[in-house]
Design a protein around this ligand. Structure first.
Ligand code: ASN
Ligand code: ZN
Ligand code: CA
Length: 332
């Protein structure tokens, strides 16, 4: 494997690269994930734009950490794609988004001042952000977006109703898992989404998994009207479930970040079973229990059955999975 080094906007990282035909190196890893410059072309509403040009470099030392160096965003995106691929393969046993070993292209500098990133079924696109916000190349965003590809190729959850919330939360869950897996000292794992980008301009993250309502719009608890919300807000209860099942209810500090996770109504307190097991339970649920219109009740049943299959009915994992669904008000 050809190994370069990168100084990105968010990360210093070693990069899997490749000798470029004609000289120098390109940002292509061993799985075929490759990173391109969209030259600020493309339509942020339709997602349609140029494939972009491969980043090339003569000495395999990429970026200088500044936004003004176009390769800095590429360093982060490439690191995010390779790390997400490796997370799925090494932790969950899935061989890429399509489970066939293929990587995917990433385009950075997509559109003009686009404050978003998206998966379009084929490739990743990252905007440069607007105002003081940074380019959207944070690793939990990379993991979030590419996990939309995994959802598309497994449960196929639609993007509305309860299923839309489960779809969005799945991306937050695995985006967070990828961030913990990367274990990069400049962005230690947390249960916050987009905390490095400063998308709100006041230092707050985009979403909070311990108590989703802290963003002012997401719900902490399931209800029969949850499915009327935008999927980024109906994701709240499942994000909350993931935190509770992993870490338990109440106050806790992890990697220097303090959390305080409530339970809904009069539900009993939850004991966490550890994130490692809960990630595997949710992946098994997504890939073997859910279908396109699954609701939160199906998620509860599927996750409990997944926990039984993986760890046994009397395991702490199974107890935590069930207690956390009760704690987000999904009835048995
Ligand atoms: N960044 C957004 C997301 O992945 C794009 C979208 O609206 N689907 O949730
Ligand atoms: Zn999403
Ligand atoms: Ca995060």
């Amino acid at each position: 494997v050809q190994t370069g080094t990168g100084d990105g906007i968010f990360y210093n990282a070693t990069l899997e690269t490749k000798a470029h035909t004609g000289g120098g190196y390109e940002l292509t890893d061993t799985h075929g994930n490759n990173t391109r410059d969209a030259h600020n072309q493309g339509d942020p509403n339709t997602g349609v734009g140029p494939a972009g040009d491969l980043f090339l470099d003569s000495d395999d030392v990429w970026g200088n950490g500044a936004v003004s160096d176009r390769a800095s965003a590429a360093v982060d995106a490439h690191y995010g794609a390779t790390t997400t691929f490796n997370y799925y393969k090494n932790v969950l046993g899935r061989n890429g988004i399509w489970n066939d070993g293929r990587g995917a292209p990433s385009r950075v500098h997509f559109a003009n001042a686009m404050e978003n990133a998206f998966w379009d079924g084929t490739q990743m696109s990252y905007g440069d952000g607007a105002g003081n916000a940074a380019p959207l190349t944070e690793i939990d965003v990379a993991g979030h977006e590419m996990s939309h590809g995994v959802t598309e190729n497994t449960a196929g959850l639609v993007y509305s109703g309860d299923a839309g919330g489960l779809n969005e939360a799945t991306s937050d869950i695995f985006g967070t898992a990828v961030e913990f897996y990367a274990n990069n000292p400049s962005d230690p794992g947390d249960y916050l989404i987009g905390e490095e980008i400063d998308i709100n301009g006041n230092g707050t993250p985009l979403r909070y998994m311990d108590k989703p309502s802290k963003d002012g719009l997401s719900k902490d608890c399931w209800s029969s009207t949850l499915g009327n919300l935008n999927p980024h807000y109906s994701s709240g209860p499942l994000n909350h479930w993931f935190y509770l099942a992993s870490e338990g209810s109440g106050a806790k500090t992890i990697n220097g970040v303090s959390y305080n996770s409530p339970v809904c109504g009069s539900a009993p307190a939850v004991t966490g079973a550890g994130r490692a097991n809960i990630e595997k339970v949710w992946y098994r649920t997504l890939s073997t229990k859910l279908t396109s219109n699954s609701n939160y009740a199906a998620a509860r049943n599927g996750a409990i059955n997944s926990a039984i299959e993986l760890y046994g009915a009397s395991s702490q994992t199974c107890k935590s999975v069930e207690a956390a669904f009760t704690a987000i008000a999904v009835p048995a």
